[in-house]
Design a binder for this molecule. Structure first.
Ligand code: GAL
Length: 438
């Protein structure tokens, strides 16, 4: 159906273009001319790839563009259709994607997070195809991190091509704002809370900038990690931990206290709006993934001058990671062109074009370090030496249903500030949709 309607649209466009050319140069409709115009769009349609993502905003679109450029240079005959839908963390895009998949209007390839999002959603619903042959052909098993392969595999099949590693637990700060208030970069939760208090007392309007709800979940997962050991954090996701424990209660209390220092207009701010408050000197801190650094650089901001970074307090030595990857749809209209796109996604050239701009490190272990700025070089070092744990907001540790349930409990909590109800909501969420037994 979709092919037919695309063909129809193309024919209409072509008819319009031909008529716009004017009669002077276009001979009166002759038979061969008509045949040609009917065939051309068919060829064009076979030679395109539609790629779906949520990289439209500051820092993100530029990263994608850089990779598209590599694709266009390598495959000049394939038209790249950028079907990105705006909205950080894919909150809007993933809903649009779900509707398209349900309607049988699948894009060729889409952005998906390594981990439960990929395995628990797209693989579980048979929406994507295994890529084992491609991995073998391209030799990717030798260059992709061992930690990542299980998160994109099911039953011996590998299902996506990771383009990057992002870090979620980053505390961005404005060095001048901290200095003026005599505040050191905090390394523990207690120091963090004390710093926020000092900043507020010093008249800093927004000690901690935050945006719309998914950024509140992002803050939540990092405070959770910062309030316990990485082993305790992991146990919450694999079913061996206890969401009802005193440790979790303390983490929720920390979260509640920290929220008290955020801006009151958070719900109306995108992640870019919130993080820019730091580099503009209106806020002291923002907790955001390192795509924020891609944005800061795009704005021409200077590392260590306009912004500094540290692990979220309490999570020093831990790397809370996520990985963007691209898939081959089970119903890809253009499977061959999609493989061409995936080859670029997995290539050293593609990743080294994309990541320095996007604010992430390459998923491949052989990236050219000299292309990356000082922040990303430090992220490379930490990725190699830290204890690695997964992100909730960005698809690693929980399947979509579980995450949605947590999000509902969290949304309620943002209004009520009721820790006990939030905690029992988290206990139930794990029992209903996660690996916890009743
Ligand atoms: C994440 C994604 C990142 C970045 C971020 C903000 O889910 O993995 O690449 O795009 O959302 O939009």
């Amino acid at each position: 159906m979709k092919k037919l309607s695309q063909l129809f649209t193309l024919l209409l466009v072509l008819a319009f273009v031909l008529s716009a050319c004017g009669p002077a140069e276009t001979p009166a409709a002759e038979e061969p001319m008509e045949e040609e115009s009917a065939e051309e769009p068919m060829e064009d349609m076979a030679n395109q790839v539609e790629v779906f993502s949520w990289w439209t905003g500051g820092g993100e679109a530029a990263g994608l563009e850089a990779m598209i450029e590599v694709f266009n240079a390598e495959y000049p005959d394939i038209e790249f259709i950028n079907a990105a839908v705006a909205g950080g963390a894919g909150t809007n895009a993933r809903a649009v994607l779900a509707t398209r998949l349900q309607a049988g209007e699948s894009p060729d390839s889409w952005q998906g997070h390594a981990g439960q999002e990929l395995i628990g959603t797209y693989v579980a619903a048979d929406q994507i195809q295994p890529l084992n042959d491609l991995y073998e052909e391209e030799g990717w098993l030798d260059v992709m991190p061992e930690t990542l392969i299980p998160l994109i595999s099911d039953n011996g099949n590998i299902y996506s091509v990771p383009v990057n590693i992002h870090r979620a637990n980053v505390l961005w700060y404005n060095p001048a704002v901290l200095e003026d208030a005599g505040v050191e970069v905090p390394t523990t939760m207690d120091e963090f809370i004390a710093a926020l208090e000092t900043l507020q007392a010093a008249g800093v309007e927004t000690p901690l900038a935050m945006g719309e709800q998914w950024t509140a979940m992002h803050l939540f997962e990092t405070v959770l990690l910062g309030s316990m050991t990485p082993e305790e954090y992991n146990a919450l996701w694999d079913g061996t931990g206890d969401w009802g424990s005193a440790t979790v209660t303390q983490a929720l209390e920390n979260y509640k206290t920290i929220l008290g220092y955020t801006n009151s207009d958070a719900t109306s701010l995108t992640w870019q709006d919130a993080s820019v408050l730091v580099v503009d000197g209106q806020a002291a801190f923002n907790v955001m993934g390192d795509w924020a650094e891609g944005y800061f650089r795009e704005l021409g901001k200077e590392p260590m001058v306009d912004y500094g970074w540290a692990p979220v307090p309490g999570s020093v030595g831990n790397f809370q990671f996520l990985s963007d990857s691209f898939v081959l749809s089970a119903n890809a209209p253009h499977p061959e062109a999609t493989i061409a796109w995936l080859k670029i996604c997995g290539s050293k050239e593609g990743q080294d074009a994309f990541n320095p701009v996007k604010g992430s490190i390459p998923a491949r272990s052989d990236g050219d370090r000299s292309l990356y700025g000082v922040y990303l070089q430090s992220a490379m070092d930490d990725w190699a030496s830290d204890v690695v744990v997964g992100s909730l907001t960005h698809g690693v540790v929980a399947n979509d249903s579980w995450k949605t349930e947590i999000d509902t409990a969290l949304g309620l909590f943002l209004g009520t500030q009721d820790v006990a109800t939030f905690q029992s909501g988290l206990v139930t969420a794990c029992q209903s949709y996660g690996p916890c037994s009743e």
